[in-house]
Ligand binder design. Structure first.
Ligand code: FAD
Ligand code: FES
Length: 292
């Protein structure tokens, strides 16, 4: 079906929403202009309601034919809880994108993707694009437990080898993604490049594990973003001792050059405010449910 990409009819409507774990949902959204331009590594900034918080999320999939984009969102705070309560047929007030610099897709040889938690969803389009470019793909997927492990089948379909680790051993091997990386290196596996997406401490330790082996390693950074266009400076990160804006220069950067400790400090700065905001939302939400 051909879409008038400039028509506003049905724009940002959720054409399909599915829960893939207790806190993680997949949203297929009608956004033909974005779908027509999307590339692996791009993200969008969406708002649930007019005047609401601007939430950056990675494009997991897109279909120019159907005019849709797919995002996978973990509910961790006020806005993501609100977004994941949406149902098929609901609409976002706006979705801006595609944003960021897409990942350069080339032939490395063997590419290892290391994804943690919802980061596995963000890794999927990158691993898929590298596979399509003729690379051999090893995927190392980590989660706290079986319930938080997502897209295992999808990752299997685009990988030559998949290793799963969970903190509690409820799926795959008990341990951390870095344990699996160390085993692969010890077994003599030749790895030509690593892409990692997940919690900041995980990405820091992935970089530290690959550093002695001199494997080029890239991490998708997730600082707090506001405008997503390089104007506000909110997403400043330090790469090789120099400031960069993750929203326009990234979000993918050389992990061996990244100051992860500074990134952790900056993202933790708003934690108390975010906790309060979620508590207020949940209180308000419960009161409304009680009225019906
Ligand atoms: C480039 C990029 C891609 C991302 N892709 C995904 C994705 O595909 N799926 C997914 O579930 N999450 C993704 N995130 C994280 C997601 O944006 C945050 O989880 C979300 O903004 C949290 O908002 P909240 O109100 O629910 O939680 P809050 O309680 O406001 O915040 C919880 C935590 O989320 C982070 N956060 C809060 N506000 C922002 C913001 N404006 N920008 C970035 N981080 C913020 C902070 O670390 C904060 O401590 C991505 C972030 C970035 C920067
Ligand atoms: S989000 Fe404002 S400069 Fe990047």
């Amino acid at each position: 079906m051909k879409h008038d990409i400039y028509s506003t009819e049905g724009l940002y409507k959720i054409v399909e929403k599915t829960d893939i774990s207790s806190t993680i949902s997949r949203h297929v959204i009608y956004a033909p202009l974005i779908a027509a331009k999307a590339k692996a590594g791009h993200f969008v900034i969406l708002r649930a309601k007019e005047g609401g918080e601007r939430i950056p999320v990675t494009l997991v999939d897109w279909s120019p034919e159907n005019g849709t984009i797919t995002v996978i969102i973990q509910a961790i705070g006020k806005s993501t809880v609100q977004i994941n309560s949406f149902k098929t047929g609901d609409s976002f007030s706006d979705v801006a994108g595609p944003l960021g610099t897409p990942v350069e897709i080339k032939k490395w040889g063997t590419v290892m993707g290391v994804g943690g938690g919802v980061g596995i969803a963000e890794l999927y389009p990158i691993a898929k694009a590298y596979r399509e470019a003729g690379n051999r793909i090893i995927s190392v997927l980590g989660a706290r437990n079986k319930d938080l492990l997502i897209l295992e089948k999808e990752m299997e379909s685009i990988s030559d080898k998949v290793i799963v680790t969970t903190d509690d051993g409820s799926a795959g091997k008990k341990g951390l993604v870095t344990d699996a990386m160390k085993e692969l290196y010890a077994a003599g596996e030749k790895i030509d490049a690593i892409f990692t997406i997940g919690p900041i401490p995980m990405m820091k330790f992935v970089a530290l594990t690959s550093l002695p082996h001199k494997t080029p390693t890239f991490a998708s950074l997730n600082p707090v973003m506001l405008d997503g266009t390089g104007m506000c400076g909110g997403c400043r990160v330090e790469i090789g001792g120099k400031p960069k804006f993750a929203c326009v220069d990234g979000p993918m950067f050389d992990a061996h050059q990244t100051n992860f400790d500074q990134l952790m400090k900056r993202t933790a700065a708003y934690r108390e405010h975010e906790k309060q905001s979620l508590e207020n939302y949940q209180k308000d939400h419960q009161c409304r449910i009680g009225l019906h």
